[in-house]
Write a protein of this length. Structure first.
Length: 635
């Protein structure tokens, strides 16, 4: 639903001087909620940042024009490879529209212009105007539709008919033209949770360009069961050829984007309950431009004896997570994982020169890790970031973390949880913070953790299966990010103190309007937090959310334009991905978040299991200092 052109919001105030944080935690906190004890590792001053440049995508300017009743908001990317002092001119059909170069932001409102106005941007470097950018993507009605085509439905062996719905998506430059493309997962209407028996239809992946051209379609086949915990796909340029690859677990009868079959085309390993508990399992790297399977290797770990994972029917053995991490501090590696309720195994892979190399394997059953409390600690998602400030990424896997070298880093031994958030949540302390909720009624309902050591700053008493939790700066009346969860009745600050009423949702986040506090994204709408009530900013038109009660979009993140975030929902009839981009002006200038590698890898793992929003490596929120520039290079 389109709304009138909003007024610009005031520029955030400079960061106030650091002051002593509140350490008294209210009675709702247990006696065990001590802050980090003296003597724990103190991270170096400044943001966590690699000492060497990190490989990022060679992106175009990503110009968008969002039409409102008053004109067009034109915004574009400030690339990580741009100079610090770059400025910009805005052109409509070759005619300059701004009176002076744009220096303090990367957006410009062109008053009175029609929806079809054609814009380009020219960067000014060292006083010299550069060539035209790509032409603006036009959001003529407040949104942009990417046409998609549902696969044909089918019937399972027990006679149940199914159709297809557009589900999770990811983005990357698949063909090397500098523009982001979509990889969309199609899920059958009979997709199942691991705990539910029954046959499912096949899972389908499509590569789709922004104008709707389908580059390829991959059918994962009958031997990959459909559901939120089975297929986690990673889309990233792993080998630095400027074209992203697609990594996913496959099996016999998977059909790649060229029509070639992996393994046996006739194999059918489904049992009478619809589970796939036998037969080979592969990890396949697909060419992002053609969908061709370039190499398949055995999936690590193999399922082995199903019952050894905790049950005999497949609920625990087939819990998969995936991510991408800069384990060497410079180039991305693939992380594929299995298990979190009992045994957990993570395998790190490099894709170089057209083939896989396994960098390391972390296994809670190994002689190195057994008995140390790493088993049973995984969540329904993972987080990636440089938690120990050594310039290399770690994997935070629920209530434990794995170092960049594959060694166990820490475990809180507080067990499984449904949601977790890793980011610079407290700007008064250097480095990252970590917030997690717990599923077990015998474990702390919420944990606020120093992710360098695993030490809890504070925790809430155990209560219940706490199914959702969020961390982000949604309230300007508090320094830093607020945290809240489904079992709590308020938002809390970095010391665990209550700061106000709980928001209307406990789901996703989006930087949507013109200030630097984040908004609430839930279902098919975006709301602004308020101390007495939340204010609706956007309601998606004729779209649906995904993943049942999780009510998540296909994708949300900084996809185009300036640093604010787009949201992508499928239309109700599943014939388009409907992209919304903000119509609000901003006076804040931040490098595109696609060139912050913690945020970019977060966007890549967003589709994993219970989707969570990405967080950058630095603090964005009320009173933030000038955002840091990334140290990056394009291949």
């Amino acid at each position: 639903m389109q709304h009138p052109h909003p007024r610009p919001l005031p520029h955030p105030h400079p960061l106030p001087p650091p002051r002593r944080r509140r350490r008294a935690v209210l009675g709702a906190l247990t006696a065990a909620t001590a802050l980090v004890a003296a003597g724990l590792t103190q991270l170096a001053t400044g943001t966590a940042e690699a000492a060497t440049a990190r490989q990022v995508e060679a992106l175009d300017r990503g110009v968008v024009s969002v039409h409102t009743d008053a004109g067009n908001l034109v915004s574009w990317r400030w690339l990580g490879t741009d100079p610090n002092d770059v400025s910009f001119n805005v052109y409509r059909a070759g005619a300059l529209v701004n009176s002076t170069p744009v220096t303090g932001s990367t957006n410009y409102f062109h008053s009175g212009a029609p929806s079809q106005a054609d814009y380009t941007i020219r960067a000014i470097v060292g006083g010299v105007e550069q060539a035209d950018s790509v032409h603006a993507i036009q959001f003529r009605t407040g949104y942009k539709d990417v046409p998609i085509s549902p696969p044909a439905g089918g019937t399972t062996p027990d006679g149940v008919a199914y159709t297809y719905e557009a589900n999770d998506a990811s983005v990357a430059d698949l063909d090397g033209d500098g523009a982001l493309d979509f990889v969309l997962k199609w899920q059958p209407t009979n997709a199942k949770d691991n705990s539910q028996s029954g046959y499912t239809g096949n899972t389908i992946l499509d590569g789709v360009k922004l104008e709707g051209t389908r580059l390829w379609r991959i059918d994962l086949g009958r031997n990959i069961r459909s559901g939120a915990h089975y297929t986690q796909f990673q889309v990233y340029d792993y080998d630095g050829d400027r074209k992203a690859e697609v990594a996913v677990k496959t099996a016999d009868a998977t059909v790649d984007g060229t029509g070639a079959v992996i393994g046996s085309a006739s194999a059918d390993y489904r049992n009478s309950s619809g589970y796939v508990l036998s037969g080979p399992e592969y990890l396949t790297m697909f060419n992002g431009q053609t969908g061709k399977a370039m190499q398949s290797v055995d999936y690590v770990p193999a399922r082995g004896t199903v019952s050894s994972w905790g049950d005999s029917y497949g609920n625990r053995v087939d819990r998969f997570l995936a991510g991408t991490a800069y384990l060497d501090g410079a180039r991305p590696s693939l992380i594929m994982a299995r298990g979190y309720y009992t045994r957990t195994v993570l395998a790190a892979w490099d894709w170089r020169g057209g083939s896989f190399t396994r960098r390391w394997t972390f296994d809670t059953n190994s002689s190195t890790n057994s008995g140390k409390g790493y088993d049973g600690q995984g969540s329904h998602s993972l987080s990636v970031g440089d938690v120990d400030n050594d310039g290399k990424d770690e994997i935070v896997y629920g209530a434990m973390a794995v170092d960049d070298n594959g060694n166990g880093l820490w475990t809180t031994k507080t067990g499984h949880g449904d949601a977790q958030h890793l980011g610079d949540l407290d700007p008064s302390t250097s480095g990252l913070e970590y917030f997690k909720v717990s599923e077990s009624s015998s474990q702390p309902a919420e944990l606020y953790i120093n992710p360098a050591t695993g030490a809890a700053r504070w925790q809430l008493a155990a209560c219940c299966d706490n199914g959702r939790g969020v961390a982000g700066d949604i309230y300007a009346g508090n320094d830093g990010a607020e945290v809240w969860s489904a079992s709590d009745t308020s938002i809390r600050d970095e010391a665990g103190a209550t700061k106000g009423r709980e928001p209307s949702s406990v789901n996703f986040l989006s930087w949507w309007d013109g200030d630097t506090t984040r908004e609430l994204l839930d279902g098919t709408h975006i709301d602004k937090y308020g101390t007495s009530a939340d204010t609706r900013l956007l309601t998606g038109a004729s779209v649906h959310s995904n993943n049942s009660t999780k009510a998540t979009p296909s994708l949300s993140g900084d996809l185009f334009g300036d640093w604010r975030e787009e949201v992508v929902w499928p239309t109700s009839d599943n014939t388009a991905l409907r992209i919304y981009s903000t119509p609000y002006e901003t006076t804040t200038k931040i490098t595109t978040l696609l060139h912050d590698t913690m945020y970019r890898t977060g966007l890549a793992w967003q589709n994993t299991a219970y989707n969570q929003p990405p967080h950058p490596s630095f603090y964005i929120g009320n009173g933030m200092p000038t955002a840091p520039r990334p140290t990056v290079y394009t291949p």
